[in-house]
Every structure is written in C-alpha cells, then in structure tokens.
Design a protein around this ligand. Sequence first.
Ligand code: SF4
Length: 703
Amino acid sequence: MNQSFKTTCCYCGVGCGIVVNKDKHGKLTIEGDKNHPVNRGMLCSKGMNLHYTVMDTSDRLLFPEMRLNKNLPRQRVSWDDALDRAAAVFKTLIQKYGANAVGFYVSGQCLTEEYYVINKLMKGFIGSNNIDTNSRLCMSSAVVAYKMALGEDLVPTSYDDLELADCFFIAGANPAWCHPILWRRIETHKAKNPHVKIIVADPRKTQTCALADLYLPLNPGTDIVLNHAIGRLLIEQGNIDLGFIKNHTEGFEAYKNTVMQRTVEEAAKICGIEEADLRLAASYIGESRGFMTLWAMGLNQSVIGVNKNLSLINLNLITGHIGKAGSGPFSLTGQPNAMGGREVGGLANLLPAHRNLNDPKHREEIQKFWKGTEISEKPGLTATEMFDALRSGDLKAIWIVCTNPLVSLPDARLAEEALKKAKFVIVQEISSKAETLQYADIVLPAATWLEKEGTMTNSERRITYLAKAIEPVGEALPDAEIICRFAQKMGFHGFDYQNTEEIYNEHVLLTKGTNIDISGVDYNLLKNKSIQYPYTLENRQTKTNPEGTKRLFTDKIFHTSTKKAIIHAVPDVNESELPTPTFPLILTTGRIRDQWHTRSKTSKVSKLNQHISESFLEMHPDDAVDRYLKMNDLVDVFNLRGRLRVKVKITTDIKKGVVFLPMHYGKILASELHRTNNLTHNLIDPQSKEPDLKFCAVQVKKY
Ligand code: SF4
C-alpha cells in the first residue's frame, strides 16, 4: 500500500514542509508540501535530496557498543548492558566528584521532546546545569540580545513579513545559500516590487549580493561601526520615530551620544566602504515603510556577537520598525530546532519556557513540577567551556548527542585533547563516520529523520510535527527513548512516558501562562497544520488567531520590567584576534550551498557533492600575487593553532586581506588537513559564550 507522511526538513531553520511518499516496496520519494505556509511546495537542493540520506544506510550505527577500559576495543552489547554501564559510571562519578562532574552536549537538530527530556534529566534529577548544545555556536548571541533589547528571547516577525517589507538590511548572512527557500520568497517579492531595496553588508560578495541594490563590502569585525553610522545618519536626517522612541523605548540619549562620537567619514574608513554608500543605506532605510533587519552567523559567531546584534536591533527600535507589518529584527537560525531548544530551556543558563536559571522563583516552580532534586543556581558549562573543563579534568564524563564537535568546535585540536583526557565518553549518533566515535567508551545508535516522531520550531516561531514513516535501522532507538531508559536505570522517576506525545504534553504544561504559551497546540492540531507560538488554549477554544501569532509586540508593550524596549549604547571595538605581520590575513568561515554542518548526511548524496566537491580557500587577487599564487594552487593555511591544506580560489568577491574557508570539512570523505577549525580561535563572547568562529589571523603559503 502506498502511504504519505507530512514532515519538516531537518536541515536549516527555514523549516520547509515535506511530503514523504512510501510505495508498497518501502521506496521513499519526497516533494515539497504545497500547503505548507513556509515553502508552498518549494524545496532547496538539500531538502529535495533528503530521502537519500535515509535510504543509504551503509554508514549507520546499528547496535550499541561498549568497552570496559580505554585500552580495549569496543564490542557489540545489548541496550541493557550499555545503559547499565552508563548509569553505573555516571553514579560513581557523581558520588565521587559531584553532579557537575558530568555533562551533556546536544544539538540544535534534536527534536523538542528530546531536548526536553535531556534538560529535565540533567537539571531536575542529576542536579547539574551542565547541558549545552551546538546551538551555542549558532544563535546564543541573538538570544542574549533579544532578552536585553526586548525583555525576552522572541523573534518578533514572520516570513510573511518578508513580502510586506520594502527595505531589507541583511548583515552577516548569505540566505541565498544558507536559507534558500526564504530567499526565494524575497527574490519573488523583489521581482514583483522592483522598488523594494535590499542592502547587504558582508566582507564577501556572496550569492545574496547578486540581488542587492546596495552591497557594503565592510571589513570583518566592523559591523557595529557601520550600524552606529547608519543610526547617526537616521538621527541627523530626522528619519527616526520620535513618538515610538519616547513612549516605548529607553536608552535613546545614551545611544545618540555614542553614535555621534564617530563621524560618518571616519566610520566609512574603518568599515572600508564608501561614505556615499553608507549615506545611501541610511536613506533607503529612512524612506522605507517596512524595514526588516536579517542576520545570521556573521553577527552571532563573534567575540562581540551580542553587541553586534544589539547595534542592529537598535536600527529597528529608533525607526519604530517593530511590531508592525513588514518590519522587525529577524535572526535567521542555522539549525532546524534551535528555537525548540530555547523553548525547553536546553542551554546551560536557561529553564523551560524561557524561565531564568538565576531566578529562585523560576527554579522552585520547575523543581516542584518535575518533582526531582533541587535545581542548582550555578549556570552550567557552555559548549566550549565543557571541553575546557574536560581538558582541565573538572568535567569527568561527557554524553554527546547528535553533534560532531571534533569538526564543529573552534580550535578543534583542543576538543580532541579534551576527549582524549575525558574519563568517560558516550556518543549517541546515527553515523559510523562521526569523528567523535574514536574516543567513545559507549556508542549508542540513534534513530534519524523519518524513523521517529516529534516536533521542531523554525526561525519564525512555527512549531511543526515530524511524522515517523519508517522503522529505525538495526537496533537504533529514538534519542528521547534512549535518554528515558537511561534515566530509569539511574533510578529516577518521571521518565516512564508511553510515547513522544506525552513528553510534548508535559513541555506544553510548562508554557501555560508564559509569553510562549502553547497550551492550545497538541499533536492532533500539529498533524493537520503547523502553528506559530504563542497559541493559547483560549485561542483555540475561541478560534482566535487560528494560525497562531504572526507578529509580536503589535501593542508596543515589551517584556522588560518597564514594558519598554531598551536601546543599548554598545562599544564598537572588535575584540577578536587581530592580524600581525606573521599572520597578516583575516580568516572568515561560512557555509556552502549544498553541504550541511559537518557533512555526515550531505556527503552521502552524490548530487550534493557535485556543486562543490572539496574544501577551498577564497583569496583576493592582490593577496595571491603577493604570494605568487595562481588559481587552484595547493596552499597551506596556518597559524599558531594549526594548519590545513586546500586549493586556492582567487576572486575579487572577497576583500583584500581577508580569506574564506567553508566550515563543513573535517575528516568525512576528506582529510583532517581540510579541517577549518584547526585554525579558528576559541575566544567567546563574554555574555553569550558564543565563539568567534568568523575571525582569526592566518598566513597562507604555496605548498
Ligand atoms: Fe530544508 Fe532549509 Fe532547504 Fe527548506 S531551505 S528545504 S528547510 S535546507
């Protein structure tokens, strides 16, 4: 019998709807869901090839493995044996060194239900807040900035606003490659409305710039200078919303004093752009009726990431472009469920439903609900801190779920050293190619997309349901089930869920009465349609906002203590590792169109490998001439942390003095000599703890 299932793409934060068709022989085909409000039937190259990653099971982990000491090879064991040993080791370590001796490092690709149970287990029962996620590398700067500016980590806008805006300022993002379906919606909107203005600020002339009315090739690390100069021009030209500023914001005077400290001429020089272009950007924004700022990792992955975010959000606040159609600050998440992880509090400093770990009332509330142990007030270790603590010996055991830190963490050799030193490593994974497996004492095979059900939340607060269409391979289990079985082995009560829906329902109860109330959203509803939160039980009963909440802050009441948005006057100095005569080039990193993260899925699809088949270094012709390099020469890229070897691609699309490497490459179908994170710095933003993955100093020489 042929069957159809509705699900969501598990790659980027756009969250496209997919219909999976299974024929009577079990063969899968997929198509974009024509009724899905996000993609309206469209899929990008990654999405339309997603089923191949499931059908090719040649690399899948099929059964649990374990070793009794680090000198022995791992052997196949039963689930009971693996989880009994995991529980015995965790109990021993906790008894001997305390609850903070263990930690979980999870992923923005985990389903919301999986995030929920891991967070509950760690914070509510083990009694440590050492649970963090690779989302820390992705959007934590945006989380902190939203909280500081708007009072809560909430994306105020919707994709539908894209079609209502007449000016976009895209900073540190390449949506044409990284959020392709969202970009197609902008392209269509611009084609229908040629007056719509698009400004793109990026040191690289990416595919996104092809559609730009104004491209600002700014120097890396100068985003705040640029945003402040635009702010100054908006103020000087009278293109600000004084009524909104007076009635609904705080901090404008301090902001004004700050942005007036640099002349526009000086700012243009620091940014490496034309003063006239800066003025043009301000006039496009000032004349717009609907103004949206869009950003991604170029702002977030920075040692001053929070301040970069705040300086951009300020442009929406001083112009009053928030809480109305076609307006607002819109951070684009890189991962499919970075938002869901935030909702359940799956970061080292958060609690469920956007509660704060540092609020005793919030801790008490959650503790009473979970009926577990006392929730510690001490924030847990964040992503890079966890690996630092493994190296120093403070953290003894780490459980890695659905992420590949030996490729994705900055200065990856430090992560390698950390896993070598760890007393105990558990890796919960789908792929036998993940680099972390070489250090694992226990390997737990996880079910993948289509092999389990659950929910995710995309970049516009849209919760979608992902259906189970096929059985997991071998003995693989859904991640939530693995964690619940482990929790029971630890002797904890409250993890005997009969199914994933029960976990979801428990998460929903904790949102009731909060600003992300989803008490009206259950699996039955989600199986029919996706919905944007908040969506309360009252909404559902009274049939108000039947699609959920499209836009937030329409009443101009923010979630700060004064109900006003806060304009933060932030410093504009970059704190990154600066170039030196020995390492004179700035290395920046990013995604390529057809690969995803560390390529454990996309490298399996031959069509996707055809677009760009190997890593490369992008370099300006002047820098190439200085080094006697020609196109496709093999070069060594190096600094004091490490080196790698790739072919050089010489192009005027990158600024002189800046080189670019794709972020995806490690060992999978490549060599460790391609690993971009051999070079990156593990500096972190002091507030968001997000690493400075887009900026470090390197030298390049012909091999
Ligand atoms: Fe998947 Fe993102 Fe492509 Fe949509 S745009 S199909 S969510 S990768």
